[in-house]
Design a protein around this ligand. Structure first.
Ligand SMILES: Nc1ccn([C@@H]2O[C@H](COP(=O)(O)OP(=O)(O)OP(=O)(O)O)[C@@H](O)[C@H]2O)c(=O)n1
Ligand SMILES: C[C@](O)(CO)[C@H](O)COP(=O)(O)O
Length: 228
């Protein structure tokens, strides 16, 4: 299975002065943890890291240290995640019929989750890992006034990996460009094009490292995994 890793962000919400994926948790960079999970997932056979060329010297040195046994390519990232994935899709080898897209910032996803998404995408057009929402969610207007309370039984928090048929995803991205759609994940493009996306049960620990608090939580989760 082909895996694209969007890794071209800047980490504004982290407040870091460089790509947050180069920050360390338990003596490894965030991107290194993500790559180690991809390496351990036997279903993954090719990895494309979508990233800004200014980060390539750092990424190349991380790759040299990790000595992955799978082919890895660096692909030039865009100004948004959506643009980065678009670039990644153009850079996929021609043989790629399905693809998994997994945020570099979700460094706690397990190899099992990557494997199960890779297996499942062979039997549907689109899927995402997601977990049922635990909180009561409020829809709030600009004045801070609650407008509604959606039924929690229908709410799932989207994660990655997200898996797609490559030809369909390329078409949806092209439609997104021509219609000026701005979305935060690839499933949203499928939804806007009216194509079904399946949920695969994700992992509570598969958080996206977004703020400094997430670094502390990741440290805790990795410590409990590797100390036991
Ligand atoms: N132009 C971009 C922006 C984001 N990403 C990637 O998309 C994933 C999810 O994005 P997010 O967590 O929002 O990362 P940042 O954009 O770096 O963070 P922020 O929004 O706080 O600036 C990350 O792995 C990030 O590197 C990307 O490939 N290209
Ligand atoms: C794709 C994603 O990780 C699903 O939760 C997320 O949408 C990435 O973008 P975000 O803007 O950081 O939420």
């Amino acid at each position: 299975m082909y895996l694209l890793i969007p890794a071209a962000g800047v980490g504004k919400r982290m407040g870091s002065d460089r790509n947050k994926l180069l920050l360390e948790v338990r003596s490894q960079t965030i991107i290194a943890w993500t790559l180690l999970a991809a390496q351990a997932a036997q279903e993954i056979t090719w990895i494309g890291i979508i990233s800004q060329p200014t980060d390539w010297p750092d990424f190349q040195s991380i790759l040299a240290n990790l000595q992955l046994t799978k082919p890895v390519e660096l692909i030039i990232g865009g100004a948004t995640r959506q643009e980065s994935v678009y670039n990644g899709l153009q850079a996929l080898p021609e043989a790629a019929e399905q693809v998994l897209i997994h945020d570099g910032a979700r460094c706690l996803a397990t190899p099992d989750l990557l494997n199960s998404c890779a297996q499942a995408i062979r039997h549907c057009s689109g899927l995402i890992a997601a977990v049922p929402v635990k909180d009561t969610i409020k829809v709030v207007d600009e004045d801070g006034i609650i407008q509604s309370t959606p039924d929690r039984r229908n709410l799932w928090a989207a994660q990655t990996p997200q898996g797609f048929n490559v030809e369909l995803l390329k078409k949806c991205h092209a439609e997104g460009v021509s219609q000026g759609w701005e979305v935060t994940d690839d499933a949203a493009l499928f939804e806007k094009c009216g194509i079904e996306v399946q949920i695969v049960e994700g992992e509570e620990t598969n958080l996206k490292i977004t703020t400094p608090q997430d670094l502390a939580i990741a440290e805790f989760i990795l410590s409990s995994r590797f100390n036991s």
